[in-house]
Design a protein around this ligand. Sequence first.
Ligand SMILES: Cc1cc2nc3c(=O)[nH]c(=O)nc-3n(C[C@H](O)[C@H](O)[C@H](O)COP(=O)(O)OP(=O)(O)OC[C@H]3O[C@@H](n4cnc5c(N)ncnc54)[C@H](O)[C@@H]3O)c2cc1C
Length: 369
Amino acid sequence: MYDAIVVGARCAGSPTAMLLAKQGHSVLLVDRDTFPSDSLSTALMLPDAVFAMQEWGLLDELKAAGTPGSGLAAWIMGMELPRPELPVELYAPRRTVLDKILIDAARDAGVEVREGFSVRELTRNAEGRVTGLRGSHAGQDVTEEATIVIGADGRNSFVAKSVGAPEYDVRESGSCGYYSFYDGIATDKSEVHYGTDHAFFFFPTNANQTCVAMEAPKANWEEFRSDPDKYFAKVVPGQAPAAAERFAAGQRAERWYGMASRLAFYRKPYGPGWALVGDSGFLKDPILGTGINDAFRDARLLAEAVHAGVSGKRSMDDALQDYEQTRNRISKPGYDLCCDFAEMKGFTPEMLMRLGQVRMEEAAALVAR
Ligand SMILES: Cc1cc2nc3c(=O)[nH]c(=O)nc-3n(C[C@H](O)[C@H](O)[C@H](O)COP(=O)(O)OP(=O)(O)OC[C@H]3O[C@@H](n4cnc5c(N)ncnc54)[C@H](O)[C@@H]3O)c2cc1C
């Protein structure tokens, strides 16, 4: 019997498991994937996420893996905005790099890690409280028990579906997007180019490559999907003129990754014997690149709550209620703003100023909680 079983070992699950183990708890971390492996994400890490990596002693490892640090530059309709003074460099690691560092850090902290473990059922007691899970691992059927089962299993969370976690503040995004990895793009900045109704990005990443991404109105999805190369070539000169020449000189080194099905929601992140963290509990449109930041924040908040509950300092229910309230209080202004950007109805300098302000308020609220 474990104190906690965490399902999903990427940005949300591995830090949650690591932080619980560091507080002396017995933790099992399972993922159906094996690591290193990729996941759909352009993986820009905002300052709070970078600070978390630093605090967890993992930033040097990220740099040693050849992940370049960068400043931020933003344009709106070809006009460059004043460059923001960032408290730290930004990083956009490949998920093969980042997620491997995170799962290894959990293992090093004493977490029992089982990769290639597919969860297919939650177990319950007579009162309906979740008591553990069943799954398959290395060809065997396995049952494990815990005080709490934590779903860090992404947007289509099996745990959330199994417990019927209610969704609220659900929004449909007006965006769709593609990204890939390029050689030969001249930039040492994370670049964000807002046009009338498209957003275009360069993020320097591992292996001297640049992640190139574009968010477009969902109405254009069929055209975009039919030939992403053609769509980028058509749209970039008008929507991101300051990047056009450098983009045209680059060579795509991988296939395109994309998606149109964009939802945003909060889920109630706890109930008897279970909790949710990361995208499983709080999903945003990727246009502002906040998923990793939010996953790290909520991993901290949830680990604090579960520690308080398991160690008997507070009732688990009270601690988890605080987790939900704190998560929502800190994230809601940024969530609303992200939903505005994801409508793809135009970007204004005011929206960008508000974005900078919201990020600062979120960081301050996290410190002051
Ligand atoms: C196109 C796109 C671009 C993005 N770009 C950025 C960006 O630039 N910056 C940023 O911060 N965020 C970005 N995001 C968001 C970010 O990728 C997510 O918020 C983040 O990956 C969420 O992490 P997570 O750990 O909650 O879930 P996930 O990364 O989805 O991990 C869930 C894990 O759970 C495992 N799992 C699921 N079900 C089971 C099961 N039944 N049994 C066992 N294991 C299971 C999966 O194998 C997976 O490894 C982007 C997202 C998309 C879609």
